[in-house]
Each structure stands twice: as C-alpha cells, then as structure tokens.
Ligand binder design. Sequence first.
Ligand code: 13P
Length: 307
Amino acid sequence: MVLVSSKELVDVAYKNHFAVGAFNVGETIFVKNILKAAEKLNAPVILQVYPLEYDLMGSDAISYLLRMAMKSTVPVAVHLDHGRDIFDVARAVRDQMNSVMIDASGLPFDENVAVTKKSVEIAHREGVAVEAELGSIGNRKASAANNMGRVYTDPESAKDFVAKTNIDFLAVSIGTVHGPYPSGDSEIRIDILKTLNAALKMPLVLHGGSDNPDNKIREAVQNGIAKVNISTDIKMPFYHAIKDKVISNPDEYEPWIITKEANEIQQKIVGDKIKLFNSENKAQLYFSKNTSLTPLHHFSEDKLDFI
Ligand code: 13P
C-alpha cells in the first residue's frame, strides 16, 4: 500500500534537492511502464492525468491507477493535471485521486485566487493536496512575438497568492512551454526561479519539462523545483515506435506485439528522467514511520452540495 500524499512527496524532494517526476498517463498502457521504471530505480513518482486524458480513459481508469499505486513498491501519488475548474477538481476528488491541480492561471489574479481557494476547500476536506499556477506557462502554438504566451511568475504576487489560497505547491512560469520547442531553444530563467524560491520557500513545480537541456533541468531542481511534469518526451517516442512497427509489419495487429518496443523505449525514457531529477534511490526517504500513507478517502456526492 504505497499511495503517498503528493504534498509529502514534494516536501521531502524540496528539502533534499531532488524532484519527483510527474508523468502524464495519456492511456492506461503507460502506467506499467512508468511504475516499472520507478521501481527499478527505487524512485518516488507521480502518475498524472489532464482532463482530456481523463475523458479518454474514463473515471474507472483512475481506480486502476490507484490500485497500481497501492501495489507498487515505491511511493506514488495519483494527480489531476491542469484541472480547468472546480468541477474537474470535484471529479478527481470523487474518483479518489489523492492530488489535484487547479489551473485558473488564465483568469485575473483575484479570480484565480477565488477558484483556487474553492478547490483547496473541496480537496483539503478529503486530505487531497493541491497545486495551482500563477503566471502562464508558454504554449508552442503562441506567437514568438508574444513570448510564446509566457507570463513569468511575479514573486510578490506569488507570495500573496500562496498566503490567500493555502495551496500545497505552486506551478511557476520561468520560461518553459508545453510541448516541443518550435525553434529548438528552451529558455529556463534560473534567475527568476531563484528569486521565487527565496521569496516562497516552498516546493515549486516545473511544467513543460520536455525538450529542455539537461543542465538547465538539473539547475532548476537545485533551486526549488520539486516536481517536474513530463508529457511530450514520453509520448512522442512511444507513438513513433508504434508507427515504425506498424509500417514495417503491416500485417501485425496484436497490441502486445505492436507495443513491445514502444513500451521498452518509454520505460528507458522515464528511467533517464528519474536520474536527471536526482530521484533515483530516494524511495526509502518515505518509508519511515512518519510517512503519511494516504488511505483512499470515502466520497459521497452530497459533499459537493456547496459547489
Ligand atoms: P511537456 O509536454 O512539455 O512535457 O509538458 C508537460 C506538462 O507540463 C503537463 O502539465
């Protein structure tokens, strides 16, 4: 039974200068790959699902993630990535995820605070940890002239935001974008990160973790990033391997044959990321008698009356 609070996962990581890899489970086949790699390296890990992935797999798939997390030999949290509103948060809490993100960063500051506070209220009642975002992570489809949609997180506003919302960890915008970089150059601003870390002294989250130089990720992890989100880097090579397999074996149709190389590639990439985030062999840090293994909370719809 090792479903561990994500708050505990990232708090310990923050104190010990490593980051927990948070890998997007785009489909259930990824779960075994991510856990296999984490178990091989004895590393804590977060399985995360964003709303469109959630819709694809359905709520019942979350039970599978939770069951796999509880059977795992390493500490695991099951997290909602980029919840769009309190309904996404409520769905995740209802489905017994033990960690959620509310992303109201596209709203004006006061509205972001209000939606985030409400999400914290819903989640914390069940012992579910909350991540929120301030500033805006870039988007590879936004124009270069517009700084690819990046709005760097302002340290003073971030302090105010954390105090007003009581979140457990904060996603900061320091130059990454989601997805591959069109021009090939990522721009992680370690100077901004250092200022944020000094002001907030709490675990920070790096979104857009794919396609960045390793040395910048290492530096970010040494300066307050305790959770790194990875989606593109585990998906693109996975599906390209399937495409190659199908093209070279046009008569093949068995999933367990078609996905063989793709699974091996994905496991290797997850392992490489774990080493990059310095979380290899960190699982034992959580197996003390003080570790809060989160039991599944029991949820009933009437708890949502106040939404
Ligand atoms: P990447 O696709 O760049 O890895 O970003 C993932 C992410 O931040 C999910 O929230």
